[in-house]
Design a protein around this ligand. Structure first.
Ligand SMILES: *[C@@H]1O[C@H](CO)[C@@H](O)[C@H](O)[C@H]1NC(C)=O
Ligand SMILES: *[C@@H]1O[C@H](CO)[C@@H](O)[C@H](O)[C@H]1NC(C)=O
Ligand SMILES: *[C@@H]1O[C@H](CO)[C@@H](O)[C@H](O)[C@H]1NC(C)=O
Ligand SMILES: *[C@@H]1O[C@H](CO)[C@@H](O)[C@H](O)[C@H]1NC(C)=O
Ligand SMILES: *[C@@H]1O[C@H](CO)[C@@H](O)[C@H](O)[C@H]1NC(C)=O
Length: 211
């Protein structure tokens, strides 16, 4: 878990988006085990808040929305489904689920960080490549940095408030052309940029499936 020493380091280090080059250069491998995500932007209302999969998109201020099919899955055999964990491999990203075929993470052409329903693929509706996870064990106590550089993005993400500048906040790739119409509050200037930090997740899967 996050130590107080780490938290003070974090507030010094991650005040603004990291340069994109450093994201990619320090990547240690192409495959990363499951990790959960928190937002880092010190002094903002989203700082150190968990990012969760819910309703096909990703949110700060909403819990993960998960499903366990009992039956046929025996009662108690699904993962708890209380956290959102992802994997990145060779530029692709997926949710750490048990459902056959898995669930792809993609960035919709609108910019929304999104995930497919089980048994679907995301390529037709957005970009499924361009994801990276830099597992920076030396400098951040095991935390890594998650980034997306497809669709002209410089790598970062923004969290956009839903109503009146308050949460829940929907997650978008920081695309140069992200527009008012695309974001839930209708005001892209109200979106908050952040670094997406990953923390290693203990199990292979975090949910049977996300909804
Ligand atoms: C990050 O690296 C450490 C040490 O190699 C490893 O134990 C951990 O599983 C990795 N985490 C992820 C999310 O890949
Ligand atoms: C992490 O630290 C070890 C030991 O000091 C070093 O060999 C390794 O290159 C470092 N890795 C990174 C990504 O800085
Ligand atoms: C948003 O703010 C307006 C003006 O202050 C207020 O009338 C409205 O009820 C607020 N909406 C929500 C959902 O809080
Ligand atoms: C959009 O958000 C910015 C930053 O919070 C704010 O200054 C501006 O007044 C907002 N515009 C509208 C139309 O609400
Ligand atoms: C990891 O798996 C074990 C065994 O299924 C379970 O008891 C535990 O709650 C899981 N932990 C998390 C964080 O999902």
């Amino acid at each position: 878990m996050l130590s107080s020493i780490f938290l003070s380091l974090l507030s010094l280090t991650f005040t603004t988006a990291l340069p994109t080059d450093s994201h990619l250069d320090k990547r240690q491998s192409t495959g990363s085990g499951p990790f959960t995500l928190i937002a880092a932007h010190s002094g903002s209302p989203i700082h150190l808040q968990a990012i969760n999969a819910n309703g096909g998109s990703f949110w700060i201020g909403k819990p993960p929305l998960t499903y366990c099919p009992v039956p046929p899955v025996p009662p108690g055999d699904c993962p708890p489904g209380t956290e959102t964990a992802l994997n990145v491999e060779s530029g692709n990203c997926g949710l750490a689920t048990e459902v056959p075929g898995g669930q792809d993470v993609y960035v919709a052409y609108s910019g929304a960080l999104s995930f497919t329903e089980p048994h679907e693929e995301g390529g037709e509706v957005g970009a499924i490549t361009g994801f990276a996870y830099q597992n920076n064990t030396n400098t951040t106590g095991g935390l890594g940095v998650f980034s997306f550089t497809g669709l002209g993005s410089l790598g970062g993400f923004v969290a956009c408030p839903t109503v009146n500048g308050t949460g829940p906040y929907q997650i978008f790739a920081d695309l140069p052309y992200l527009c008012d119409k695309a974001v839930p509050g209708g005001n892209v200037s109200a979106c908050i940029g952040f670094d997406a930090l990953g923390d290693s997740f203990a199990n292979e899967t975090a949910a049977f499936e996300y909804e």
